[in-house]
Design a protein around this ligand. Structure first.
Ligand SMILES: NC(=O)c1ccc[n+]([C@@H]2O[C@H](COP(=O)([O-])OP(=O)(O)OC[C@H]3O[C@@H](n4cnc5c(N)ncnc54)[C@H](OP(=O)(O)O)[C@@H]3O)[C@@H](O)[C@H]2O)c1
Length: 283
């Protein structure tokens, strides 16, 4: 079965999502085959190039024209954060399914407006938290679901990158009005999602944020958190840590065992189980 895809955005994520649509059937053997109908960029040459390079059938230079294309069933919103709400809601109201990049919106009010519009319309909708799908993270989820670690008492998550040190601060990513957040929305949203996915909802938080590049959003943030179930943990997120390209790690400590994951060693999950006398350390 074919599913008509319309992609908003031909930047970093536009490329990543196009690659995923082209390979998903090969890798996962899905019955649904993405039909790459159209891609949008404001610039005609970039739109045409992206269309050819990624294999779309046509391009648009106005997002409203793309979402009205009758062959498109799913709108993939890979635009900057300030363009998540309006195109997504308009697409939903046209009856299109919508998948939107993280962070869903620039603030809670915008996010709630989007979710309410989607729930009213009955379309399928979601926000992209791709880190959940790493095999190591899925295995961690399974072990936690099966209570292999017992009650989780504590955790430590950290996500460090360094691109923020050399990026042009005139980009939308460094403007609160356009991005909503700095690194908390960029990488932090992934980490908070992982805490919610693996451990439980955060109910209390104390945070200290730092602006390193002189823009009006944070580049480094440290959170001290507590989940509803009473686990305590820290989260550090930075885009100004020299040498760190995509360093996401987590450690989860339960009464019966521990887990350790490092995204730079993507296919490994370190596990320690107390009630396994044949091992004396992490495996
Ligand atoms: N899930 C993940 O791991 C992940 C990773 C990175 C980013 N993201 C998210 O994906 C979204 C897009 O990020 P990105 O890295 O792809 O950004 P990007 O490289 O800057 O691409 C954004 C695209 O939006 C288009 N655009 C349309 N109107 C625009 C405007 N008024 N100002 C600026 N750009 C405009 C730009 O294309 P034209 O200039 O050609 O129109 C550009 O190609 C963000 O919400 C980001 O948080 C998610």
């Amino acid at each position: 079965m074919k599913l008509g895809i319309g992609l908003l955005g031909a930047g970093f994520m536009g490329k990543a999502h196009s690659h995923a649509y082209r390979s998903i059937t090969t890798y996962l053997g899905t019955e649904v085959v993405p039909d790459l109908v159209a891609i949008y960029s404001r610039n005609k040459d970039r739109a045409r190039n992206a269309m050819k390079r990624y294999g779309y059938r046509r391009f648009y230079t106005e997002w409203r024209d793309l979402i009205r294309d009758e062959e498109i069933e799913v709108i993939d919103n890979s635009l900057p954060n300030f363009l998540h709400k309006e195109p997504s809601i308009e697409a939903i109201e046209l009856g299109k399914h919508v998948t939107c990049e993280k962070p869903l919106a620039r603030n809670l009010e915008e996010a709630l407006e989007m979710v309410r519009a989607a729930n009213r319309s009955g379309v399928t909708h979601g926000v992209i938290f791709n880190k959940r799908w790493f095999p190591g993270v899925q295995l961690a989820k399974k072990l936690l679901r099966e209570q292999v670690l017992g009650k989780v008492t504590g955790f430590r998550f950290a996500y460090h990158q360094d691109w923020g040190l050399s990026s042009d601060t005139s980009s939308w990513r460094f403007k609160r009005e356009l991005a909503g957040y700095g690194v908390l929305g960029d990488q932090g949203s992934h980490v908070i999602d992982l805490v919610h996915f693996l451990i439980g909802k955060i109910r209390r938080v104390l945070a200290k944020a730092k602006r390193v590049r002189g823009a009006d959003v944070e580049d480094y943030i440290v959170l001290l958190t507590e989940t509803k179930e009473g686990a305590v943990g820290t989260i550090e997120v930075s885009r100004v840590s020299p040498g760190r390209k995509n360093y996401l790690i987590f450690e989860i400590y339960g009464e019966e065992g521990s887990l350790y994951f490092n995204m730079e060693r993507l296919n490994e999950l370190w596990i320690y189980i107390r009630d396994a006398p044949e091992i004396s350390g992490f495996r």
